[in-house]
Design a protein around this ligand. Structure first.
Ligand code: AKB
Length: 322
């Protein structure tokens, strides 16, 4: 039989767009099938390998794609983020739960491994918010969080009941410079860099003192690939692993940016809905299980990430691309 390929759902999204290109670099362009629901893919994504429009809430379109391309691994990234999910809970359930359920069902039938992100959003106000353990109370208060906990349980279930090779990551806020995030609570930590470069000033929707876990995109991409390459016998969690690279609040982030752009200013216009969600999420997670089980070891902290973000976005700005 020909080589099994990798399928990426949500490949036009913030993480999917960069993960797809890295998977293509590592495993070959034709071996990585990118899919999206309706947003047009970039030329890079469309021209470098197979691309298809599918709707993950339609199980037939997932099953057909898995058969057509002889898929062995699915990176299932199609999801609604927290702020959009709170504005439209029905949509969040359909995409995050029906979508994941469909992917797991198809994976069970066709023997695929599945990587799917959970999130810091899978925790809630009754979770210990500092050094949040791998196994702890999960009573989120957002619809996004409800779908993430249910998704983690589904992954556990498909692994223990049917032997599906499920693997997951509780991603924190992800900061990147290729594709903007689409409606999360942590989006401010991306927007601030764009605004710092373009206008030298930013109005922050989360208040000072709101500490959250964060990660730079290269580490987020490595985490997904490294987890899927890990020895299955070493994995103690089949729902999702805590992974973090840094934790900061808006003040700390702004101070880091000011080291490079001394005139940068920030004020606040707090978005009550986002603030409520952020307050219910961990200040910092304990990711020692990921470090022990599969060698998680992020390369970027706040200073390294800030230097790189400002360099990349500065160059884009000069070329008129921002
Ligand atoms: C969001 O803010 O919704 C996401 C997340 C932390 O899961 N970035």
């Amino acid at each position: 039989m020909s080589q099994k390929r990798i399928l990426v759902t949500g490949a036009v999204g913030q993480i999917g767009s960069e993960l797809t290109m890295e998977l293509r670099r590592r495993y070959g362009n034709d071996n990585v099938v990118a899919t999206g629901r309706k947003t047009a893919p970039s030329d890079e994504l469309k021209d470098s390998g197979p691309f298809k429009f599918i709707d993950v809430s339609d199980i037939e379109s997932v099953a057909e794609t898995v058969k057509e391309y002889n898929i062995g691994t699915i990176h299932h990234l199609a999801a609604i983020l927290s702020a959009v999910g709170e504005a439209n809970p029905v949509l969040a359930w359909r995409v995050n739960i029906t979508g994941l359920f469909n992917v797991l069902e198809v994976a069970r039938e066709h023997g695929c491994a599945v990587m799917t992100p959970s999130s810091i959003g899978a925790f809630g106000p009754t979770t210990p918010l500092d050094n949040t353990p791998q196994v702890t109370i999960q009573r989120p208060t957002s619809m996004y969080g409800v779908t993430k906990v249910a998704g983690e349980l589904l992954c556990d279930y498909y692994h223990s009941r049917f032997g599906v090779d499920t693997r997951g990551l509780r991603y924190p806020g992800i900061i990147s410079n290729v594709t903007l995030p689409g409606g999360g609570t942590t989006d401010y930590a991306v927007e601030i860099y764009y605004e710092a470069i373009k206008n030298g000033t930013y109005t922050c929707p989360l208040g000072a003192g709101t500490f959250l876990d964060m990660m730079y995109m290269p580490d987020a991409v490595d985490a997904a690939i490294d987890l899927m390459e890990a020895d299955p016998d070493k994995l103690t969690a089949r729902n999702a692993y805590n992974v973090s690279a840094m934790a900061f609040d808006p003040e700390k982030l702004a101070a880091e940016i000011r080291k490079h752009i001394p005139g940068f200013t920030m004020d606040y216009d707090v978005d009550e809905m986002k603030q409520g969600i952020a307050n219910s999420w961990p200040n910092s997670m304990d990711d020692s299980s990921a470090r022990e089980d599969w060698g998680w070891n992020p390369k970027f902290g706040l200073p390294e990430m800030t230097e790189d973000m400002l360099k990349v976005l500065g160059a884009k700005h000069e070329k008129g691309e921002l």
